[in-house]
Ligand binder design. Structure first.
Ligand SMILES: [Zn+2]
Length: 256
């Protein structure tokens, strides 16, 4: 009896989905066109997106040419280990994923969030499973007021919902409004955000001994994520892992 009801419920849901897709075909996450394919990407757009999968560097999530086994690090991480513990990214930041990121960041386009957080959850499954708390990279409050949203908080909240974890957007604060990182060198980016983040007094008591999953939209040089990690660890976090939607793989791609 109950399996019969389950079957009918699944049929009804499928019918609703098909009707919704017919009436309001999904907009492509890349081109913005409606009905370009079944779902948020056409087959050619899907093929053009660089999804990251193992083998990747344990510390920074950069793709590795050879599978050197679990925990292997890339040469730059061996030479200069990042401040955070582990990082993972769902996508390579290049032409197609750039459109997705910029639509989210600049236009506040939310209809692809469930797809993006699904990609991120898959790419960072182990990090998510081991996290106690999810924390997004914050905007300065004046930027938050003028923009009206923080795309990293949207991503963090989406992953938290999927994983059944708590997400706190009030843990990290930007002390000052830093100029945009776009077009700056790695060194200038580090200087730009040095000391720019702090843990709010109210949240500090909840961080001691915790494993934090820090979420952002893009990892470029890692300067912002590194400054956030420093603040979280100074406040007593035991571990800070990083999960982003897309990461720059070649330095020449640093355009945002
Ligand atoms: Zn690495």
């Amino acid at each position: 009896m109950s399996s019969d009801m389950d079957h009918r419920a699944r049929m009804a849901k499928g019918l609703l989905r098909a009707t919704a897709e017919f009436l309001w075909p999904q907009r492509s996450l890349v081109s913005g066109q409606r009905g370009a394919g079944k779902g948020p990407l056409s087959p050619s757009e899907f093929a053009a997106i660089g999804f990251l999968s193992d083998p990747v560097c344990e510390s920074c999530g950069r793709p590795m040419e050879l599978d050197l086994g679990p925990g292997a690090q890339c040469a730059p991480c061996i030479a200069r280990p990042p401040r955070w513990d582990r990082a993972r990214a769902a996508l390579v930041y290049e032409a197609a994923s750039r459109r997705i990121v910029l639509d989210l960041k600049r236009s506040g386009r939310r209809d692809g969030l469930h797809v993006m957080t699904g990609w991120m959850h898959r790419a960072g499954a182990q990090l998510v499973a081991e996290a106690d708390l999810i924390v997004p990279v914050p905007l300065h409050y004046t930027r938050l007021v003028s923009r009206g949203f923080n795309q990293s908080a949207w991503l963090a909240q989406g992953i938290a919902r999927r994983a059944g974890l708590s997400c706190r957007v009030d843990v990290l604060k930007r002390r000052r409004r830093t100029p945009t990182q776009g077009g700056l060198s790695a060194k200038a980016r580090r200087r730009n955000v040095a000391g720019a983040f702090k843990v709010s007094d109210r949240a500090a008591t909840h961080l001691c001994g915790k494993r934090i999953l820090l979420v952002d939209d893009v990892l470029t040089t890692g300067a912002t994520l590194s400054a956030c990690t420093r603040a979280l660890k100074q406040a007593g976090a035991r571990q800070v892992d990083v999960l982003v939607l897309a990461r720059v793989v070649r330095e020449t791609d640093v355009t945002i």
